[in-house]
Design a protein around this ligand. Structure first.
Ligand SMILES: Cc1ncc(COP(=O)(O)O)c(C=O)c1O
Length: 371
């Protein structure tokens, strides 16, 4: 069995480098190398000392120690460094799913979260967040949806928070509901926390890692700090599972680049300073969009994201999302993703990760759309 094409990636590949205004991305605008070095205050001698030998298969010890500090009660032996979150997810699904496994996830979703379980023969149980999202006008997950997710995903329940593509996140009530449910749940729980560093409403920056003995989490710095090309991700889980995943990784990328590992360590050590500016710009773009979205043709509603970089926006009745995205790109040079690529027609996904200047330029162009 083959996976279907990865719908969003196809369109991102086509437009991410040549769109005059890219509001389709799910990451913070990428830095160039010089700017990253300046922000991290890296000295040339530190840089010159990096050895170009293979990194250890499980990831460098210092980096794993730094990552473990982000998760209460977790030690470095419970951390595996991977090439992006994508590799961590692939390995986990191959280890945790088998034909007939019941797997639940919040729909719509990042396609890898259900396409790879499907490839492993799992039975999928999508739990739609869309109507509750609009009815409740809040971007925090409700305990009803969380209950449904745990009931449906007997073997594996997947929680992606902050959520791509809706921007749904967890408040204290939702985190408590997950904790309650996880005590009763006998299957695995996977927390995809790819956007955890952009959880701007949740000061606790809650993580699901360690909620019970069968919980795993994935994380990354790439989208949150504007360094997508570093391709570093990780997984957190019980040491026995991490050991199996480490062995599986030998058949895939085997190790990550020592240059990316070095920069990731520096980013994590300076994450508070780096995040301040990133979050200020992000919140500025979201607030601007909140004030202006009614002037943009075709949009029906807007619920401000609870975390992460993106929001899923309903279109007025009868508007086809691909036609809308194509027209916006062709007429105005603004790139957004159609809901169709998330298998949810009638919506579009926009990203708030551009600089405030470029974001405003994108909105000015969008206002000129003749629909
Ligand atoms: C929710 C989610 N998980 C995982 C990934 C994959 O991350 P990476 O690009 O690090 O492989 C993405 C990428 O957009 C994502 O949105």
């Amino acid at each position: 069995m083959e996976p279907r094409e990865f719908y969003i990636e196809d369109r991102l590949e086509r437009y991410r480098t040549n769109a005059p205004c890219n509001l389709g991305e799910s990451g913070i605008r990428n830095l160039n190398y010089g700017e990253l070095l300046r922000r991290l205050e890296i000295l040339p001698e530190e840089w010159n000392d990096i050895s170009l030998e293979d990194s250890p298969n499980r990831g460098g010890a210092k980096l794993r120690e730094e990552i473990a500090k982000l998760y209460p009660g977790i030690g470095p032996e419970e951390v595996l460094i991977t090439t992006g979150t994508g590799e961590a997810l692939y390995i986990l699904f191959r280890l945790l799913c088998e034909p007939g496994s019941s797997v639940s996830y919040f729909y719509p979703a990042f396609q890898a979260l259900y396409e790879i379980p499907k490839l492993c023969g799992a039975d999928l149980h999508p739990v739609s967040v869309l109507s509750s999202f609009l009815e409740r006008k809040t971007s925090f997950l409700s305990s009803n949806l969380i209950g449904e997710l745990f009931r449906e995903g007997k073997d594996l329940a997947i929680i992606n928070h902050p959520h791509n593509p809706t921007g749904l996140s967890l408040d204290v009530n939702a985190a408590e509901a997950i904790q309650r449910e996880s005590i009763r749940h006998s299957g695995w729980i996977l927390f995809d926390e790819h956007y955890r560093f952009l959880d701007y409403h949740n000061e606790l920056s809650w993580t699901g890692a360690g909620v019970n003995s069968k919980s795993v989490a994935t994380g990354s710095i790439t989208k949150c700090f504007g360094v997508m090309g570093l391709r570093i991700g990780w997984m957190i889980g019980p040491a026995s599972l991490i050991e199996k995943a480490r062995s599986f990784k030998d058949y895939l990328t085997h190790t990550v680049s020592p240059i990316s590992e070095f920069l990731t360590l520096k980013i994590l050590q300076k994450r508070k300073e780096l995040s301040e500016r990133i979050l200020d710009d992000l919140v500025c773009n979201i607030q601007y969009f909140e004030s202006i979205w009614k002037e943009l043709p075709g949009l029906k509603d807007f619920v401000s994201p609870g975390g992460g970089v993106v929001s899923f926006i309903p279109l007025k009745k009868g508007i086809n999302s691909s036609e809308y995205a194509d027209l916006l790109m062709n007429q105005c040079g603004v790139f957004v993703l159609p809901g169709r690529d998330f298998e949810a027609e009638g919506w579009i996904r926009i990203g708030f990760g551009e600089t405030p200047e470029r974001f405003r330029e994108g909105i000015d162009r969008w206002k000129r759309l003749r629909w």
